[in-house]
Design a protein around this ligand. Structure first.
Ligand code: GLN
Length: 473
C-alpha cells in the first residue's frame, strides 16, 4: 500500500504510534516513545518512496529493543544506572534500518541489561504477554515480542545471548531469528556477553524476519567480530519444498522438565513435516545437557567485564559518596538491580585467580566440545529441530522466586549461542491455549539456507492461531 501510494508513511507511522500509545499500560512493551522522532523518520521514508530509492521495507514501522543505541533517544537497557542516558550515535543495525527507510516506533522493554527470561527484571515495569496479560511475554526481548504480538509494530529488533530473541518469540506466538554470530554488527549494542550476543529480527512470518535480517546484516569494520560476508540475502527464502530434507532430532532437546503440552505440540508439528516428506534422524548430543551450566559461567564472566564501565562517572546518574571508590560503589550498589549484581559477582568469582581454571577454563572447553559436536551433526543434516522453550508463557511472578527454574527456560536455546549457529523459532500450535515455539538450528554462515527451510516448514505447518486482541480487523 505504501508503494502504491494508497497510504503515506506518516499515516502508517501514526496508526502504529496510536496503537503503541493506547496499549502502553496494557502490554508494558515500550520504555520510550517520541512521536516527533518517529514521524521525522516517516517523512524521510516518504522521500525515498517519492524519489524511487525505496527498498522492500521502506516506510515499515519497527520497534527497537532498548539496549540498541539510538542517537538522540534514550537507551537505558531498563536499568536505573543508565537512566537519562542518550547516546550520541546510532548502533550500526539502527543506522542500517534508517538507511533502508524503516521507521522506529519506540524503544522496547527488556530484562535489565538483557539478563532474564521473563522481562520481570526490568527496572521500569514488566512487559506482558498479549495472549494473556496475566502472563510474561518471555525475555529478555519481552517488549519487542509483545510489541509485535500486540500489533503495535509489524516487526522489531531483539538481541539474543542465550535465547532472548527466540524464547520470547515462542512465548508470544511469533517468529524470532538469531543470525550466525558475526553477521549482524554488535557496534552500538550495549554488551552483555560479547562472544554470545547477536541482534536479530522478530516478526509475524519467516519472510518478514528474513527481510529485516537482510536490512541489518553485513560486514562492519567497527565490530572486530563482524564476518567478512555480504548481507543476508532474503531474495530466495520463499523457494523450494520441505520434501526430502533431513533434520536431526537430538534426544537431549526433548527432555529436562519440558511441559507435556509443549512436547505434544512439537511432535504434532513433526508428524506434519514427516507427512510432507521430511526425514528425521535421531541423534544424541550429551553436551546439550550441560549448556545452561556452561552458559552461566561464560555469560556472567563476560558481563562482569563489560559492565565495569558503568561507574557513575562515564554514563547516567551518580550517587555521590566519599572518594572515587566510594562513589563508584554507591552508584553500582544502588543502581544495578539484583540479578545484574548477582551475575557481576558470579562472573568476577569465576575469573579470579585460583577459580579461573576450575570454572571459566572448563566452561570454555565444554563450549568448544558442544559446538564441535553440534557442527558434526549439522554436516550430515539440513538442520537440528526441537522445542524453543520447554514451557509456555508462565504467570507473572510464577518463576521469579525460583532462579534455577528461570534459568532452565533457556535450556533449548543456549546451544546455538555456544557455537554461533543461526537459529529460528516459529509458532507450532498451542498448549492450553498458549503458543508453542519450534526451533530450527542451522550451519554457521548458512543463514539463507536456514531461513529458506524455516519458510518451507511454515508452509507445511499452515496458518497458526492468533491472540484475541479485541481488534476489528
Ligand atoms: N535468559 C538468559 C539470561 O538470562 C538469556 C538472556 C539473553 O539471551 N540476553 O541470561
Amino acid at each position: 500500500m505504501l508503494r502504491d501510494r494508497k497510504v503515506s508513511a506518516r499515516e502508517v507511522a501514526t496508526a502504529f504510534l496510536d496503537r503503541a500509545e493506547s496499549t502502553r499500560e496494557l502490554y508494558g512493551a515500550y520504555l520510550h516513545i517520541d512521536r516527533e522522532w518517529t514521524l521525522s523518520q516517516a517523512d524521510a521514508a516518504q522521500a525515498k518512496l517519492d524519489n524511487g530509492t525505496a527498498g522492500p521495507l521502506t516506510g515499515v514501522p519497527v520497534a527497537i529493543k532498548d539496549n540498541i543505541s539510538t542517537a538522540g533517544q534514550p537507551t537505558t537497557c531498563a536499568s536505573k544506572i543508565l537512566d537519562g542516558y542518550i547516546p550520541p550515535y546510532d548502533a550500526t543495525s539502527m543506522a542500517k534500518l534508517k538507511e533502508a527507510g524503516l521507521v522506529a516506533v519506540g524503544k522496547t522493554n527488556l530484562d535489565e541489561f538483557a539478563m532474564g527470561a521473563s522481562n520481570e527484571n526490568s527496572s521500569a515495569f514488566p512487559a506482558k504477554n498479549p495472549w494473556d496479560i496475566s502472563r510474561v511475554p518471555g525475555g529478555s526481548s519481552g517488549g519487542s515480542a509483545a510489541a509485535v504480538a500486540g500489533r503495535t509494530a509489524p516487526v522489531s529488533l531483539g538481541s539474543d545471548t542465550g535465547g532472548s530473541i527466540r524464547q520470547p518469540a515462542a512465548l508470544c506466538g511469533i517468529v524470532g531469528f538469531k543470525p550466525t554470530y558475526g553477521r549482524v554488527s554488535r557496534y552500538g549494542l550495549v554488551a552483555f556477553g560479547s562472544s554470545l550476543d547477536q541482534i536479530g529480527p522478530m516478526a509475524h512470518t519467516v519472510s518478514d524476519a528474513a527481510l529485516l535480517a537482510q536490512a541489518i546484516s553485513g560486514y562492519d569494520d567497527r565490530d572486530a567480530t563482524s564476518l567478512q560476508m555480504p548481507s543476508i540475502d532474503a531474495s530466495r527464502v520463499q523457494e523450494g519444498s520441505i520434501k526430502g530434507k533431513r533434520i536431526a532430532v537430538p534426544k537431549e532437546l526433548f527432555a529436562q522438565g519440558a511441559e507435556p503440552g509443549v512436547l505434544e505440540a512439537v511432535h504434532r508439528a513433526m508428524d506434519q513435516l514427516r507427512a510432507a516428506g521430511v526425514e528425521f534422524v535421531e541423534v544424541s548430543v550429551p553436551e546439550i545437557e550441560l549448556g545452561v551450566t556452561t552458559y552461566y559461567i561464560i555469560a556472567p564472566a563476560e558481563a562482569s567485564s563489560n559492565l565495569a564501565r558503568f561507574d557513575g562517572i562515564r554514563y547516567g546518574p551518580r550517587m555521590e559518596a566519599t572518594g572515587h571508590v566510594g562513589t563508584v560503589a554507591a552508584t553500582r550498589g544502588q543502581l544495578f538491580g539484583h540479578e545484574v549484581k548477582a551475575r557481576i559477582m558470579i562472573g568476577t568469582y569465576v575469573l579470579s585467580a585460583g577459580y579461573y581454571d576450575a570454572f571459566y577454563l572448563r566452561a570454555q572447553q565444554l563450549r568448544g566440545k558442544m559446538a564441535a559436536h553440534l557442527d558434526e551433526v549439522l554436516q550430515g543434516c539440513d538442520a537440528i529441530i526441537g522445542p524453543t522453550s520447554p514451557v509456555v508463557a508462565f504467570p507473572l511472578g510464577g518463576l521469579s522466586q525460583d532462579p534455577m527454574a528461570m534459568k532452565l527456560v533457556d535450556y533449548c536455546t543456549i546451544p546455538a549461542n555456544m557455537g554461533g549457529f543461526p537459529a529460528i523459532s516459529m509458532p507450532c500450535g498451542l498448549s492450553e491455549g498458549l503458543p508453542v515455539g519450534l526451533q530450527l538450528m542451522g550451519r554457521v554462515t548458512e543463514d539463507e539456507a536456514l531461513l529458506q527451510l524455516a519458510w518451507q516448514v511454515e508452509q507445511a505447518l499452515g496458518p497458526q492461531a492468533q491472540p484475541n486482541l479485541g481488534l476489528t480487523q
